[in-house]
Design a protein around this ligand. Sequence first.
Ligand SMILES: C[S@@+](CC[C@H](N)C(=O)[O-])C[C@H]1O[C@@H](n2cnc3c(N)ncnc32)[C@H](O)[C@@H]1O
Length: 425
Amino acid sequence: MEVQNFVNDLNKDFFNGALSPAFTEQLLQLPMDRPDVFAMVQRMFGAMNQANFPAQDLSVMVGEVLGTLLARILPGAWEGRVPPITVPGRHKVIDQYIKNRMGSTAGSKSMLDIGCGFPPYTTLESSKLVSDWKIIAADPSLPVYLVYDEQENYATFDADKNVIYFQPSIPSVENWNALLSDAKATKARFGGLLDELLSQPHPSTSGNPRLETNPIKAYETDKLSFVRGGIGQVDIEPVDCIRCFNVLYYFDDAFFQNALQWFENKLNEGGMLLAGGNWAASSECYYHEYQKIDGHLVEKEFAFGIDTLCPFGVVTWYANHDDDRQTARLIHYLGIIRKDKSFMDEFYKLNDALRAKYGLCPRDAHGYYGIVDPSISPLELWQLVEKIINELNEAGLNHKAAEVLNQAGLKARINEVGHVAINLQ
Ligand SMILES: C[S@@+](CC[C@H](N)C(=O)[O-])C[C@H]1O[C@@H](n2cnc3c(N)ncnc32)[C@H](O)[C@@H]1O
């Protein structure tokens, strides 16, 4: 199908033709040769529609991420493998939550970070925060070789020197485009760099370019270890806490169900499982909390951040399968909240003012969320997003959203880190 027709249909079917030209222009960059991307976008628009997202709330930045970045981060771009994408600071709030919930009890704890990604920034951050815990991190894509180029972009390789993944030093849309506009050439360039570095008697391990062999070993300590393998594969003793973030949304519900079974076996009695998704600076956070009680995993709460009501990124709708239970649940709650006009009026009043104040996709003259102030760097952007989330919470909008859910007959509270948490027991 022509991209133009696809975008026109999306606009008509899900937004009554109300999407802004600036947003649809971004979508026109969707790659025609990637049915997986089309299917994903269609599913995401279905979710937006179900949760009553109006066209005006889709910023040009969201359009850009959908139009250009999405194709590059879906498994379809990596021979079906789930890319090991992770971002420093991503689990800051989740770590605080885990520490609050488990840290006060006597003795050190153990944790499994499954699908930790690479480089394991977020695992390292957790091991700093709960420095007396024993942490095991596992991922099927832990590399054997890691090569950095002159610009500090990197590529990871398996034992057979096949590229597993590559990423720009700062993962902005522009930098991704520079590497992925010709992925074959980028892979070949990194492959050549690996051969060149391996052929040197003492390949450089500092500066640029450089090579690290079995790079994960460098991160290990007496409290932190890494294992190559995934859910159902790694052989470990049961732990007190399992964190599984940004993994399950790549799989269908049968996988999710089997994963729960495996998690149950890998948790100590009373242990906690947190499974969910999020993006940089703990934005767009959502997660289930389970606890092992009398030998069985009990679904306790589902929690989410207030920013999912108007996300800066696309994780809120990021389901790779139609039967993704977590996205469906999030969308259901957002739909209830979004239907409450008086709450939304109050939410928009502050949210729009903060976007204008920080230059992050403020509304344009026609009422559509727009672009990021070009003077803001990608790093600053997520610091500002974090500020906005904190200010929305400080103004009590998370509490008010929970009240809306309570009025709808649910049992919602604000949890220890400011997320709206719905009791599922
Ligand atoms: C998007 S990354 C998430 C990394 C990190 N947990 C985070 O939240 O930033 C998804 C990771 O899941 C891993 N993965 C793929 N299949 C898996 C499986 N069956 N079990 C566990 N992890 C898996 C991938 O290798 C990848 O590193």
